[in-house]
Design a protein around this ligand. Structure first.
Ligand code: SAM
Length: 410
């Protein structure tokens, strides 16, 4: 049997055949980075919807999905399945269904802003055909011009704000800030690392201004020559400072066929749970699923070059080291940082330790718990109250350096 890797259905069957459980829709062939972005969006939004939807137990609630750079863009599916538009609406509906079956009142709203006229028309046509009980507002124009309108419509309701531009123009942090003032607001920003990296040190004044706006600088000039991690740390720091965001973290979406970053997705929110959900999504999508996605993309690229099929390599996807290498390194860095915090500040509750580490390192809450338990078993750390054969650490349990009388956290 001759199977072309351009044939998405056959490709999906192949992927299922290798027992990964993964099913990459053919619409994403050649833009696998968007598939990974959409997988993170979906994983995060599903958890967000269910978590925020749980407030319906205290009274009626309305959840908003705000897609500030909506598209559709480079979609191949007529039903827009391969867009953030369909993914966002579906996540809202699923969250509402979960709580409605328990008898709670939950209403839904969505705002889509799109600048390009023909994309906007496609968006309108799609939304007009899609039956839904969501209060939907599609708006034509620039995100920055619609910020006040968004605020007026969503008022103080919980909202997930998605900022997914094609570059960095029109994405000033001062546009995001007013949307984050209320409680229960999460923002996911796609930092187009490819573009930023190309232009971050460009001396032309209009680009200096765009960088200044994008990174939310308020004084001085954009530092030059920043490496990838430094750039992202700057973005996260300013997101927290300018946008009422207490917690911020980012992850790298790799290029499908090369060992370099394509996107950086940054999450910001007001509760440490934001970090836990985000790092779990990173582990699942970038740590596990991306291996298959990238193996297939590399295979297809190889076939494109040679004009020959090589099914053997497809049926045995390699383990992708992209995430594993970073996670291994960051586990070591995180436990060192944790010990340094304990030495500096005395004993701390576990619940006040892990969020700080998840912001800076590509590790999950479970990773931190495992590392703390291992260090306690080795006699380096103490977890109180002490327990024999511990398999988890609760947020309200104390962690300290063993053998040292520590000050309590204030
Ligand atoms: C990367 S695409 C969005 C993809 C979409 N979020 C998804 O994941 O399916 C960015 C979109 O933003 C639109 N756009 C560009 N500048 C804009 C602006 N200032 N305001 C609103 N939309 C803009 C582009 O026309 C394009 O459709």
């Amino acid at each position: 049997m001759l199977i072309s890797l351009y044939d998405g259905e056959a490709l999906s069957r192949l992927v299922s055949d290798v027992g990964t459980g993964m099913n990459i829709p053919s619409e994403y062939n050649g833009r696998e980075q968007s598939y990974l972005k959409h997988r993170i969006l979906k994983e995060y939004l599903d958890q967000w919807g269910v978590k925020i939807g749980s407030t319906a137990r205290q009274g009626p609630v309305k959840l908003w999905y705000v897609d500030c750079f909506a598209g559709p863009w480079k979609n191949r599916d007529q039903g827009l399945r391969d867009t953030s538009i369909a993914i966002g609406l579906q996540a809202l509906e699923e969250a509402a269904a979960t709580w409605r079956t328990h008898g709670h009142e939950i209403r839904l709203g969505a705002i889509f802003v799109e600048k390009d006229r023909s994309a906007y028309q496609q968006l309108q046509t799609y939304l007009a055909k899609r039956s839904s009980d969501i209060d939907i507002h599609p708006w034509h124009g620039k995100f920055g011009d619609h910020v006040q309108r968004i605020i007026d419509v969503i008022e103080a309701d919980p909202a997930f704000v998605f900022v997914d531009p094609t570059g960095f123009k029109g994405v000033g942090m001062h546009f995001i800030a007013p949307l984050m003032r209320q409680r229960m607001r999460d923002v996911l920003v796609n930092v187009m690392f490819n573009d930023i990296n190309r232009f971050k040190d460009d001396p032309r004044s209009f680009l200096r201004q765009q960088m200044w706006d994008f990174f939310g600088l308020t004084e001085g000039s954009m530092p030059s020559g920043l490496a990838e991690n430094e750039l992202m740390a700057l973005y996260r720091r300013n997101l927290k400072r300018n946008c009422d965001v207490k917690y911020a973290a980012d992850l790298a979406v790799p290029h499908p066929t090369h060992e370099r970053t394509w996107f950086r997705l940054v999450i910001g929110g007001k509760h440490p749970k934001v970090l836990e959900v985000f790092r779990d999504a990173e582990r699942k999508v970038i740590g596990q699923e991306a291996a298959n996605v990238r193996t297939l993309a590399k295979q297809k690229a190889k076939e494109d070059r040679s004009g020959q099929l090589s099914l053997g390599a497809v049926v045995s996807p390699q383990r992708d080291r992209w995430y594993d290498v970073q996670n291994d390194l960051d586990c070591r860095n995180a436990i060192c940082a944790l010990k340094a915090l304990l030495r500096e500040h005395g004993r701390r509750k576990f619940g006040s330790l892990w969020p700080e580490l998840l912001e800076d390192y590509h590790v999950t809450k479970n990773d931190i718990a495992r590392l703390v338990i291992a260090a306690a078993n080795d006699g380096e750390l103490l977890i109180e109250p002490e327990r024999r054969r511990r398999s988890l650490v609760r947020d309200d349990e104390w962690v300290s350096i063993n053998g040292v009388i520590e000050r309590e956290e204030t």
